[in-house]
Design a protein around this ligand. Sequence first.
Ligand code: PRP
Ligand code: ORO
Length: 224
Amino acid sequence: MFKSHIAEDILAEHLVSHGAVSFLTEAPMRLKSGLITPIYVDNRTLTAFPDAWRDIIETMASRVAELNLEFDVVAGVEGAGVSHAAALAYRLSKPSIFVRQTAKTYGNHSRVEGASVKGKRVLIIEDHISTGLSLLSAVEALKAEGAEVTDCLAITSFGIDETTKLFKKENVVCHEMLDFSKVLDKAVEMGKLTAEEKSTLGDWLQNPWTWAARHAITPTGSEN
Ligand SMILES: O=P(O)(O)OC[C@H]1O[C@H](OP(=O)(O)OP(=O)(O)O)[C@H](O)[C@@H]1O
Ligand SMILES: O=C(O)c1cc(=O)[nH]c(=O)[nH]1
């Protein structure tokens, strides 16, 4: 699939300059999945920078056109996926809904909020993908309500092999707005990362599940 190198470069610069990516080679952290990581992505911060956010949403809108994606509704994954999904839906004049991480324990007990998705084609939006389990859980909730879900857009993904295999098994294709390697290249170019640190992060991205054990690393950063 063709990706615009200029768009990738602009988005990478936004992510690095606005601090959406933290490099933690000195203090790796444990994620909710248990994965120990020297990189943390916080795309939640991007909505605080309107120019950057606009470029992200416009890139998503362009990708929808390039991929010829056809859908009735845009759904955000609670919580960080919701603002980006709502902005894209507004931009495309499509209905916007969201999927809770867990069902409410009162009221309608629903995970899908905003409108019925029965018989609808839903485009799902994530801010970032690591293991992909948050996304797949949302896909499952949508399908349980009768939706058809085939594609996801995410700003970033670590591009973990096991995650890609999981998506394939569930017949979901995830399209991220830029290759993660572009973020690392940009960080080096901007002097935020040394070549040695980039090599450590590249090693993690190649095989994140065994990285900590291979290097006898225990997480020192706070959990997230
Ligand atoms: O691919 P995964 O391993 O599932 O990780 C990615 C998810 O983790 C974050 O959500 P999180 O629940 O941590 O926080 P949020 O409520 O702010 O979205 C992020 O927004 C993604 O939804
Ligand atoms: O795996 C996660 O939960 C995760 C990783 C990451 O880099 N950013 C995030 O918001 N969640």
